[in-house]
Write a protein that binds this ligand. Structure first.
Ligand code: GLU
Ligand code: MG
Length: 433
């Protein structure tokens, strides 16, 4: 006899994990109306399932409301379909909960639109490694074809979930692959990024493979980046590109990007928030090590990307900038809300478009960097959290009570691997992300 079809309502939480609760699929409409009970203390559960100190303890209740628009249903061959509905956590009277990461992002995007008249589109580019898989040489046809069955199942699964896959490729690192999605309205793009990670892992399991998005597995090699592509739109009119602007950026997007650069060292505590993330954020790994903007430079914190369109209208529509200092330890909702809030601050303060840097910043002296106002990204999660705590602008942009909970969570997580050496710490993260 067949079982009863189950679905899961979930959130991408402070640990960057997708957690939630299951119920009979037939009850989905009822769950959408009434919500699913959720526990405030869950915000303190780390990626290693430790529980950080929080104000909540065993007390209180909040409610996870599954998205009424979207149930991602992903068929698998050797397992039941993955049925996922992402949602927002609110108080039981429907008012916002200070620790709801999707709520933060939704409000940040609304505020950005109210202040500028512009909307933001985003696309998350993900790298991951298939553990123990002989990926074949970097970018090779053998590597690609060796994983093509997995790749084809993955692309089909992403389409079934409502994502729009753009590419699947054998990347550079051992067993490393990359999958990209087409840009979408920013909130939906972040939802897609959350679904994508769950789908990659599920399809990998279906193929008896194990996928890890951990920021870095081996200090002697490259890491797994999450590059967040951003573009700015006035309705359906592209508003990022101005052929006469610095780095071909229009003024408002330029101010927004200057705002991101201003906060970037502190933002890494939200966008690359694991104890191993900062091994990846070092020079010559093609990740990001400085708070700089550069054109077509894969070591830049913000990279102005090339376009394939050669005509002006096509180029304007494709024109985008990617934030490279992110990884999959971060909730896409939280990483993107940090970027949008920093961007909004830049617009409100009328910042000038950053001047693009040229050359290898790791060869610049401290004085040369300081003269250009370019900060190095922090060397550890500890240092990043201290910068976040001291960043009055970002602190004021989040609801009261959220950042102290986040800081306590992440500081507790640091303690969970403090006794380990780097390789052992990376192995711990590889097992959970
Ligand atoms: N693996 C690099 C990173 O950690 C990115 C390589 C690339 O796609 O440019 O971000
Ligand atoms: Mg890549």
């Amino acid at each position: 006899m067949g079982g009863t079809a189950l679905a899961m309502a979930g959130i991408s939480d402070t640990a960057g994990m997708l957690r939630g609760k299951g119920f009979p699929l037939a009850d989905l409409d009822k769950r959408r109306r009434n919500g699913v009970g959720w526990t405030p203390t869950n915000v303190a559960i780390t990626c290693f399932d430790g529980i950080a100190p929080s104000p909540f303890g065993s007390l209180g209740d909040v409610v996870l409301w599954p998205d009424p628009e979207r149930l991602a249903e992903v068929p698998l061959v050797h397992a039941p379909p993955l049925r996922l509905s992402l949602g927002e956590v609110r108080h039981d009277d429907g008012t916002p909960w200070a620790c709801c990461l999707r709520g933060h992002l939704r409000r940040a995007l609304e505020d950005f639109h109210a202040a500028t008249g512009l909307t933001i589109r985003a696309s998350f580019e993900h790298e991951f490694q298939l553990v123990g898989h002989n990926g074949g040489p970097a970018f090779s046809v053998e590597g690609f074809h060796g994983a093509q069955a997995f790749g084809e199942a993955l692309v089909a699964a992403l389409v079934a979930a409502g994502c729009v896959p753009d590419s699947f490729l054998r990347e550079f690192g051992p067993g490393q692959f990359e999958v990209t999605l087409a840009p979408k309205a920013a909130l939906e793009a972040a939802d897609d990024a959350i679904l994508l990670r769950a789908i990659v892992r599920a399809v990998a399991r279906d193929h008896e493979l194990t996928a890890t998005f951990a920021p870095i597995l081996d200090a002697g090699s490259v890491g797994n980046g999450v590059h967040i592509h951003l573009s700015f739109w006035d309705g359906d009119r592209p508003a990022t590109h101005d052929p006469d602007g610095p780095a071909e950026l229009a003024a408002v997007p330029g101010a927004a990007l200057a705002g991101i650069l201003r906060h970037m060292p502190a933002l890494t505590a939200l966008t690359a928030p694991s104890a191993v993330s900062f091994v990846r954020l070092t020079p010559h790994r093609w990740s990001a090590a400085f708070a700089n903007l550069a054109v077509r430079d894969r070591e830049a914190g913000l990279r102005v990307c090339p376009t394939t369109a050669r005509d002006a209208a096509g180029r304007a529509r494709q024109f985008n900038v990617e934030y490279r200092a992110a990884d999959a330890a971060a909730s896409p909702w939280l990483a993107l809300s940090g970027l949008v809030l920093a961007a909004l601050g830049g617009v409100r303060d009328g910042l000038a478009t950053p001047h693009p840097t040229e050359g290898d910043l790791s060869e610049w002296s401290d004085d040369a960097l300081a003269a250009r106002g370019i900060a190095r990204l922090p060397g550890s999660l500890d240092a990043a959290l201290d910068l976040l705590e001291a960043d009055a602008g970002l602190a004021a942009a989040y609801p009261d009570g959220f950042l102290p909970v986040y800081l306590a969570h992440k500081r507790f997580e640091i303690g969970e691997t403090a006794e380990l050496d780097d390789p052992a710490r990376m192995a711990r993260y590889a097992a959970v992300y």
